[in-house]
Design a protein. Structure first.
Length: 348
């Protein structure tokens, strides 16, 4: 679908109207102003001309492709196109020389070739980062005519071996979203620091990451959207009641528009917003003590327990005798907006 924002309408391209060779599109790359590469499921690559509305196909029968399932693309700084074949490895195509190269990734864990590739990203230094479905992350560095790879996995700092997304923020830091948390790269130690639900993350399945200009990372997950403050380490969570299309989002389905808007794709559509326009309503909550029990028996004012002289909701202090050792206190926050999101804490 092509969304015309000026008219708020969609133009549909499909196998049925003969504008595409497949209805299942997994990845998109704008190679030239009027040329879009579409990676499909089982039909290879469709190269679509947006002016003529015509397309040509690349597949395993008529081209160098190792697979007809194309899950991701990257056009690097030299203009080469990196092609991620589902369970068939990585290929690099140079249009100027009309040549291609197959890149092998070897696991440091068992020495086997890794072909379950899912995501690719180039950082500002020209390193190529490749995320896999179950074998962690690779960093490729060009050394003369050879690619040198470094393998990161749960055995050496990565929080999870299933990589969904990779970005580099405005400060130059690499962030990796996995099915088991967010990971911050430390270039000095050449290792990752995991950030997970234990640290306050709403959900460990990080599907997409967008960096804004306010030291925040916007994270789409399987349980809503989280804004992570990279300076303070604080989290702010957003849910369906605040406008999300659904709790669950699609891996790597993110976009920053030319107007600075952020787009996250999910299972029921997509959300589009700007960071400065998203305000989190701050409720002032009042804690209400609604009940008191001793030895599982309700305590009432002026009863035989001798603890209350008025309703428990009206007292500030409770004093118990030494033999009143089994106590239940019922309490709740007075809010009708997201009561399930209220966290309570107490100490003895």
């Amino acid at each position: 679908n092509y969304w015309k924002r000026t008219t708020d309408s969609f133009e549909h391209y499909s196998l049925k109207n003969k504008t595409l060779n497949s209805d299942v599109v997994l990845s998109i790359l704008q190679n030239k102003e009027d040329e879009i590469w579409l990676g499909t499921w089982t039909n290879g690559i469709t190269i679509f001309n947006t002016k003529t509305k015509k397309f040509k196909e690349l597949n395993t029968e008529n081209s160098f492709l190792n697979s007809n399932i194309i899950v991701d693309f990257l056009k690097d700084k030299r203009g080469r196109i990196w092609i991620i074949n589902y369970f068939a490895g990585v290929q690099v195509f140079d249009a100027e020389t009309n040549t291609h190269e197959n890149i092998k990734l070897i696991s440091d864990i068992d020495g086997a070739e890794v072909k379950s590739i899912y995501k690719i990203f180039e950082d500002k230094q020209g390193h190529i980062w490749i995320g896999t479905l179950n074998s962690g992350l690779f960093k490729l560095t060009k050394d003369e005519n050879h690619w040198i790879s470094k393998h990161y996995s749960t055995s050496n700092s990565l929080s999870n071996n299933f990589v969904n997304t990779i970005i580099q923020d405005s400060e130059g830091t690499i962030w990796v979203g996995t099915q088991g948390g967010l990971n911050k790269y430390n270039s000095e130690s050449d290792s990752f620091k995991p950030i997970t639900e234990v640290d306050g993350l709403r959900n460990d399945a990080i599907k997409g990451i967008i960096d804004d200009t306010y030291n925040h990372l916007w994270l789409s997950t399987e349980n809503g959207v989280t804004r992570y403050d990279t300076c303070s380490g604080n989290f702010l969570n957003y849910d369906v009641d605040e406008g999300l299309q659904a709790k669950e989002f699609i891996a790597s389905s993110t976009l920053t528009t030319s107007k600075g808007e952020y787009v996250f794709g999910g299972i029921n559509g997509f959300n589009i917003f700007t960071a400065k326009d998203v305000e989190k309503r701050k409720d002032t909550l009042t804690l209400f003590v609604s009940g008191l029990k001793i030895f599982n028996k309700p305590v009432l004012p002026n009863d035989e327990f001798g603890v209350l002289k008025k309703n428990v909701s009206q007292v500030d202090t409770l004093i118990f005798s030494y033999d009143q050792s089994v106590i239940n206190i019922d309490f709740k926050a007075l809010t009708f907006r997201h009561p399930e999101s209220v966290n309570y804490a107490f100490y003895l």
